[in-house]
Design a protein around this ligand. Structure first.
Ligand code: BES
Ligand code: ZN
Length: 612
């Protein structure tokens, strides 16, 4: 009896399931799913088997052929992080059938009423499973160490459409008995219902399970890419324009990292409450609509999620303690793709923005240095609470350091070999370090691997990017302290990312009159670019400019992307205007809460509870 992952009840003495067949009745009227999961093991197993669940009601556990009940137990009370363990007792079975239902508070699911969508006419539901939320949709060994294939039948209102991070098999009439015993035929086969069937033949970690149901439309943008969105044709059209360069990026990725193994690379643009910029669900990446700005800058987020097709989805962190293997490699790979399609200057701007972000995280975790490490101890820690730029940016800098040491050609060869060697496996940090030492002999004498991988803080041999645009912007920001504002001609060529870098490097707090003057000249609070708008508002509030409260309120009611919620709520409760800020934050959250995804609700709650 030993846990395989601090975030899962899965046990090292038990076999990992290899396949799950799901029948899911998607019920908008109760914001819940009624379903069955036929779970298959690699060989017959006797004794107990433990699965993860959260907010699930377990109706029955049955022998898959005789349909006789099998003994099972649901642990109680729920562990605040892991949820409830479902322990099933088997006697030489290689599969069993669980019938269950989700609850409206299931943390992976956001249910939107028609007014909460762009189209306003139909309801919408979507999933977000990383890091440990798949267990709130169906019982599973919810650790990325356990890879599964799956098939899924989604029973949905016939007027809607389902998409999944899997291959679509068919859209057809429901058949009696398909979801027995979870869902009666009268409901499953009702006139106004349809079944959409999907199949995922490649082994994935559970956090890559994903679907969405709503009034979804799509358009082709490349030979293996369609873009889908909820809302009118204008949303799909704008998305198609923004992402027109996707195929070019896939080709670059293949050249750098090896064949694209997932066949399709579709994109789904979600409603504004989607809590992330993007989520790398295989075959169908999920994206926030805030990346559609009409200037193709959303390409950076697509480059990132695409890069996960190799680093993250082919090679997956074994547990969330090795999350840097996903995000550090992906940030490195993303910047290589950006460099190839948009040039070195753009890539170095991204590195520069990330560098500032990494340094800020050191301040955030100064009393909790564990989370400044690449490999982290996360026992008793909720991954959503310690999500940060550290795995992304420190991971990036580590790989960049190795690249500088051995040269780009050698590093590229190493990366390709790494991916080919471990594809479709879940990996830990130690295995990576051993592979690095074996394939780059002597590297441990040239780069201090121990400090980089297991140490806290930013190692002294990490470097800022060298580029003229980057240095110019950073020094312009420093000059702001002396009262110098950039002239119109100096910013004429600036796009969102230049502004983002500039704003992040400004002194804080700044003189309120200077904040207002900068905004009067460049209308930053009104920017269409969310990165710019939020960076400006955060800086303004931290400088005590309460006149921006209204703009902050508007922003926090329009989007649910945590990258924006986190800094804005934090600065309200911590910034120069904290007393009034706290009052605003509380009222705002009470009003906006329902529009946020459950994961985002939890994150805002944590911020407020720390400071109120
Ligand atoms: N996999 C992450 C999103 C994620 C991380 C979801 C942890 C849940 C838990 C995704 O690939 C990501 O990093 N998204 C970034 C995009 C950015 C780096 C371009 C985001 O959402 O901001
Ligand atoms: Zn990522």
């Amino acid at each position: 009896m030993a846990p395989v992952d601090p975030h899962s009840f899965a046990d090292s003495d038990h076999p990992f399931a290899t396949h799950v067949a799901l029948s899911l009745y998607v019920d908008f009227s109760t914001s819940s799913i009624n379903g069955t999961a036929l779970i298959s093991l690699p060989s017959p197993h006797s004794g107990t088997l433990t699965l993860d669940t959260r907010s699930l009601h377990i109706a029955t556990v049955l022998h898959s052929e005789t349909l006789t009940p099998l003994p099972h137990d649901l642990s109680s009370p729920p562990d605040p992080i892991k949820g409830q363990a479902l322990t099933v007792t088997l006697s030489s079975q290689s599969s069993f059938l669980v019938s269950f239902s989700t609850s409206p508070s299931s943390s992976a699911l956001q249910w939107l009423s028609p007014p909460q969508t762009s189209g306003k006419a139909a309801p919408f539901v979507y999933t977000q499973c990383q890091a440990i939320h798949a267990r709130s949709i169906f019982p599973c060994q919810d650790t990325p160490a356990a890879r599964i294939c799956y098939s899924a039948r989604l029973n949905i209102p016939a007027s809607l459409c389902a998409v999944m991070s899997a291959a679509r098999v068919s859209r057809r009439e429901p058949r009696p008995g398909e979801a027995a015993p979870a869902c009666p035929d009268a409901a499953w086969c009702a006139e106004d219902r349809l079944v959409e069937e999907f199949e995922m033949a490649q082994r994935i970690p559970p956090y890559l399970f994903a679907f969405a149901v709503g009034e979804i439309k799509g358009r082709e943008v490349g030979p293996r890419t369609w873009v889908y969105a909820e809302g009118g044709p204008e949303v799909v059209d704008a998305a198609a324009r923004e992402f027109a360069g996707t195929e070019e990026m896939i080709l670059v990725g293949e050249k750098l990292f090896g064949p694209y193994e997932w066949e399709r690379f579709d994109l789904l643009v979600l409603p504004p409450s989607f809590p992330y910029g993007g989520m790398e669900n295989p075959r169908m990446v999920f994206l926030t609509p805030t990346v559609i700005r009409g200037d193709a800058s959303g390409a950076q987020v697509v480059a990132h999620e695409l890069a996960h097709s190799w680093t993250g989805n082919l090679i997956t962190n074994k547990t969330n303690e090795h999350f840097w293997l996903n995000e550090g490699f992906t940030t490195y790979a993303e910047r290589r793709i950006v460099e190839a399609v948009q040039g070195e200057e753009r890539a170095s701007l991204n590195i520069g923005i990330g560098w500032k972000g990494l340094n800020d995280e050191m301040e955030r975790f100064k009393d909790n240095m564990e989370f400044t490490k690449l490999k982290q101890n996360q026992s008793g820690v909720d991954p959503d609470d310690v999500y940060s730029q550290v795995p992304y940016e420190k991971g990036f800098h580590f790989l960049w350091r190795v690249e500088r040491q051995i040269g780009r050609d050698a590093f590229d060869q190493f990366l390709k070999k790494y991916i080919a060697t471990f594809k479709f496996q879940s990996l830990d940090t130690e295995t990576f370090v051993d592979f690095l030492k074996a394939n780059v002999p002597g590297i441990e004498h040239e780069v201090d691997l121990e400090t980089w991988v297991y140490g806290t803080g930013i190692p002294s041999d990490a470097t800022e990017p060298v580029s003229s645009v980057y240095s110019k912007i950073v020094s312009l920001a420093k000059e702001f302290t002396l009262g110098r504002m950039p002239g119109e001609e100096e910013v004429a060529e600036w796009q969102g990312q230049e502004w983002e870098l500039y704003l992040e490097n400004l002194p804080r707090p700044a003189e309120p009159s200077q904040v207002a003057a900068l905004d009067a000249r460049f209308s930053l609070a009104e920017s269409r670019d969310w990165e710019v708008k939020v960076a400006f508002l955060e800086w303004a509030i931290s400088s005590g400019c309460n006149e921006y409260f209204t703009a902050v309120e508007k922003a926090l009611k329009e989007v649910g992307r945590m990258k924006y919620l986190r800094p804005l709520y934090t600065v309200l409760v911590q910034g120069a205007a904290k007393e009034e800020g706290k009052v605003l934050a509380q009222r705002l959250f009470a009003e906006a809460r329902e529009s946020y995804h459950p994961i985002a609700q939890g994150v805002v709650e944590t911020i407020l509870s720390k400071h109120l």
